[in-house]
Design a protein around this ligand. Structure first.
Ligand code: DC
Length: 225
């Protein structure tokens, strides 16, 4: 069977990772969460006390950063930063802000491009991010732009933060989402936008099961599986 690449882009909190992960399991594809790569660089920059918007300094630090992606026995993606498993730390709200800032830097995007393309050249993948259908895999067999209203995304994020034991006031969560949306869509390099040929899936009015069924239907219709 030839390799099939499914590119899923959309704003933060749209449910991309949960849905993409479930779809990958159903189809037997590898799930790649590319946001975790940016988060790992964001964590390093934060730990070093580097200004995440200073491209010259961040670019100088890049050769010191070894970002590795592993899958554990249950198939869950783990992130290693210079050999250390940082899969939990990279989800902290502060690291969300750092990752958004470093992801706006062309040097960082170029640094991570090959890693992402390599993964998609070896396995059938469902890859989620912001520029997968536009930049990383513009020839992907299936492209989906997955979104939901900022209010709904903030509600979902609040619930996740609570579950992780790091609750935050709803207003702050919503403000973070709106600020991140603005930065992700207004940056000069690879801004978040719906790729040409991407199917729009808005899950604002859908629960998980409905979103899941809709995503699988889109993929199956295009790849005939
Ligand atoms: O999906 P996420 O929230 O884990 O992503 C973290 C940050 O990385 C987010 O602010 C946008 C950025 N990102 C990106 O610019 N390109 C990607 N392919 C994935 C994430």
């Amino acid at each position: 069977m030839s390799i099939i690449r499914v590119a899923i882009d959309g704003p933060s909190g749209a449910g991309k990772s949960t849905l993409a992960k479930a779809a990958a399991k159903a189809l037997g594809f590898l799930y790649v969460d590319t946001g975790a790569l940016y988060r790992t660089i964001g964590l390093y920059v934060c730990n070093q006390g580097i200004d995440p918007s200073d491209e010259a300094v961040v670019a100088t630090a890049l050769p010191e950063i070894r970002v590795e992606l592993r899958y554990d026995a249950s198939g869950t993606q783990r992130m290693l930063l210079n050999g250390e498993d940082v899969s939990g730390e990279i989800r902290l709200p502060e690291i969300s802000r750092y990752s958004s800032a470093v992801s706006a830097l062309p040097a960082v995007r170029a640094y991570l491009l090959e890693t992402q393309r390599n993964l998609a050249s070896k396995h059938s993948v469902i890859m989620d991010g912001r520029d997968i259908g536009t930049v990383v895999l513009p020839d992907a067999e299936v492209k989906v732009f997955l979104t939901a209203s900022a209010q709904v995304r903030a509600e979902r994020r609040s619930r996740d933060l609570e579950k992780m034991g790091t609750p935050q006031p709803f207003k702050e969560v919503l403000r973070d989402i709106e600020e991140r949306d603005w930065r992700d869509t207004h940056r000069d390099t690879a801004p978040l936008r719906q790729a040409e040929g991407a199917v729009l899936l808005d899950t604002s009015e859908m629960d998980f099961q409905e979103s899941q069924a809709a995503l699988l239907a889109i993929i199956r219709e295009r790849v005939g599986q």
